[in-house]
Design a binder for this molecule. Structure first.
Ligand SMILES: [Zn+2]
Length: 281
């Protein structure tokens, strides 16, 4: 029996706004605007949710949000308020030095931006200096040599300073990165995308990353237009929905705003989503 984790919390880095058409992919606007009303610039709100897992000495953070290095132009584009990850960790009695591991679902800026911060001289340095950063090798390879379509999602100063200080552990597939915390390589959204499965007191908790960024994306045909391999995302999600329902998983959504977690349940032959409150600052 794998050890169970002792405490689990959702920690927010704030919220951003993204083009609704991009988020909902081939779903027509007439449909998605009913459930996610856009602003004047056609943008919808998305959370920047990270997961904190504490178990004895280990303190694992999954994803780091957009972080605080962003120039005004990026803040304006994403409708970004202040990065709140460190403030919210402090509210839980933690400093950045207490985090022993950071697991990155992938290296897109809205997940890895908080890995580094600017020091007084304006240099990007690791935000969590005592942590090992777990990244899939394929994800690293894509982020460090992205093609023309992917390059806008990656910002080298979010992750190269980690390598310079020897803080990165590259993974080749599924592994246990801390007691009760496993990663599963999924691909789909981008090369090397991984999700995180946590054994929490016997319950399975899944942080699905951008494979299922909001509960709307549990509808398996709802796939963001930025997914690199949408057909793979579709196939993986079909399996995942069945596995999550059968296993009673608590699913956590990295970009959920009001609905940030929930379960899938089968009733009268239909699978329904049941949202739940999932705590943390
Ligand atoms: Zn994302």
């Amino acid at each position: 029996m794998k050890p169970a984790t002792s405490s689990l919390a959702l920690v927010s880095d704030g919220a951003i706004k993204k083009d609704g058409g991009t988020v909902f992919g081939q779903i027509p606007k007439a449909t998605w605007e009913q459930i996610a009303p856009p602003d004047r610039r056609n943008r919808i709100a998305l959370g920047l949710n990270c997961l904190l897992i504490r178990n004895g000495q280990s303190c694992v953070l999954v994803d780091t949000g957009l972080g605080s290095k962003n120039p005004e132009q990026t803040k304006e584009r994403f409708g970004l308020s202040r990065s709140s990850l460190l403030k919210n960790l402090r509210a839980m009695g933690l400093t950045s030095r207490d985090v022993s591991a950071v697991v990155l679902t992938h290296l897109h800026q809205d997940h890895s931006g908080g890995c580094t911060r600017l020091d007084r001289s304006g240099e990007a340095v690791p935000t969590f200096p005592n942590a090992t950063y777990y990244i899939q090798r394929r994800s690293w390879e894509e982020a460090t040599s992205p093609n023309e379509r992917a390059c806008e999602f990656y910002h080298p100063e979010d992750f190269l300073p980690l390598q310079e200080r020897g803080l990165i552990c590259l993974l080749d597939g599924n592994e246990e990165v801390a007691p009760g915390v496993r990663v599963r390589l999924t691909g789909g959204h981008c090369k090397g995308h991984q999700m995180v499965l946590v054994n929490h007191g016997g319950e399975r908790v899944a942080f699905l990353g951008d494979l299922v960024p909001t509960y709307h994306h549990l509808n398996v045909g709802c796939i963001a237009s930025t997914d690199t391999y949408p057909e793979d995302t579709l196939a993986i999600k079909k399996d995942l929905v069945a596995e999550a329902e059968g296993g009673g998983w608590l699913m956590v959504f990295c970009h959920g705003v009001e609905t940030r977690a929930g379960y899938l349940e089968k009733r009268k032959g239909r699978i329904n989503f049941r949202p739940v409150e999932f705590g943390g600052p």
